[in-house]
Design a protein around this ligand. Structure first.
Ligand SMILES: Cc1ncc(COP(=O)(O)O)c(C=O)c1O
Length: 372
């Protein structure tokens, strides 16, 4: 959406605002869905990017088998609004969380990632009391060094132990190969993705040889989808960011600027003493995240249509734009900014302004702030 169009059609939209171009969202959702179909793989998108029931439903309508969440709060909102198949891809630890997970499992199909015997045993005990067998995926660390056990023997060992627990129903393995984003060297994203896929395939084969169930081999992120979907043994992908895209996805070659569906509408509110331009959004909207690439530049967003006009500094409520010819801008001008990483930006707004053709509506971000 061009700013002049927004100004003309929706002068009442106050800044700063997160504008979502729904026709781009539809195109992004349907492009990923058809790639998954072509590669014969199921899609279970991560909804932490958008946190919108309507968009989760669109993803399911376009063929997703279900959704992925990180937080129980996100799962609760989605289940309350009709989403019926939810993977919680986060370690569930502690009595209250286990109890909330099982409450959900009594209403919709819930599956869960587990990467420790302690967490698995506690889940199993509570599930058994309620006569539930919880579909469980062993999380594998293919290089991100965040969650997961190492591929191969460590994964088989944990799976064997989990498979003996009455409250768990082992269904497969899962990884998030986010480290591929920062691989850096030419072709690094692809190579890291293929290495992760190979580690998952080898682990799946070891599960089979050990007689352990492995119906689902789940990988996923947006940047790795093109290389990763369709690799041997991989049955499921969980991209999140692709619905909106951002500067990171563009830098990785996974999207073009025109695929960026969520941009921050801002107003020029002043000039600095160094003749840079001041805008009315800072880190409390654009966030302090750099691009998730190997050597991210120290900038926090770029102006739509002027990639060399960038947010070079910011404080909480102020952004400072600089670049060649920036003095063309007048106080009061409105601009759109593409953020570095859209997911945390979404979590900072109560509502998004959804633009669809001639229609413009505010939409509550249903699962905004659900960090528990
Ligand atoms: C477990 C898990 N799966 C899938 C994703 C989706 O990745 P992306 O947003 O890069 O598409 C994430 C993102 O953080 C994740 O943590």
């Amino acid at each position: 959406m061009r700013v002049d169009m927004i100004d003309e059609m929706y002068p009442a939209v106050e800044t700063p605002a997160l504008i979502v171009d729904w026709s781009r969202v539809r195109a992004n959702v349907s492009r990923m869905a058809s790639l998954a179909r072509q590669r014969n793989i199921t899609l279970r998108p991560h909804i932490k990017t958008h946190k919108l029931v309507a968009l989760a439903q669109l993803q399911v309508d376009e063929g997703a088998v279900g959704i992925t969440v990180a937080k129980l709060g996100e799962a609760e909102v989605m289940a309350d609004h009709g989403l019926t198949d939810i993977l919680v891809a986060y370690p569930i630890v502690g009595g209250t969380k286990i109890s909330r997970l099982l409450d959900l499992a009594q209403r919709v199909r819930i599956s869960v990632a587990v990467d420790s015997i302690e967490a698995g045993a506690a889940l199993s005990r509570a599930a058994t009391e309620r006569a539930i067998r919880l579909p469980t995926l062993v999380e594998i660390d293919t290089g991100l060094r965040r969650c997961g056990v190492l591929p191969g023997e460590p994964a088989v060992g944990l799976a064997r132990a989990l498979s003996e627990l009455a409250g768990l129903n082992l269904v497969g393995i899962l990884t998030h190969e986010g480290h591929a984003y920062t691989a850096g060297v030419p072709g690094g994203l692809r190579t890291a993705t293929l290495n992760a896929a190979e580690a998952m395939a080898a682990t799946a084969e070891q599960f089979e040889s050990a007689g352990l169930p492995v119906e689902i081999v789940s990988m996923g992120s947006s940047g790795t989808a093109f290389a990763g979907m369709g690799q041997p043994h991989v049955t499921e992908f969980r991209p999140g960011t692709y619905v909106y895209n951002d500067r990171t996805q563009v830098a990785l070659g996974a999207a073009h600027n025109d695929d960026c569906a969520a941009t921050v509408l801002v107003t020029v509110v002043g000039r600095t003493s160094a003749a840079e331009v001041l805008i009315d959004a800072g880190s409390k909207l654009l966030t302090s995240d750099r691009m998730i690439v190997a050597h991210p530049p120290p900038t926090y967003g770029e102006v739509v249509g002027h990639p060399d006009w960038q947010v070079v500094r910011q404080s909480e409520e102020h952004g400072i734009l600089d670049g060649p010819g920036i003095n063309e801008l007048a106080i009061g001008d409105r601009l759109s900014i593409i953020p570095n990483h859209i997911c945390p930006v979404v979590n900072l707004v109560d509502r998004v302004v959804v633009v669809d053709g001639a229609e413009c509506n505010a939409m509550w971000v249903d699962a905004r702030g659900k960090s528990q």
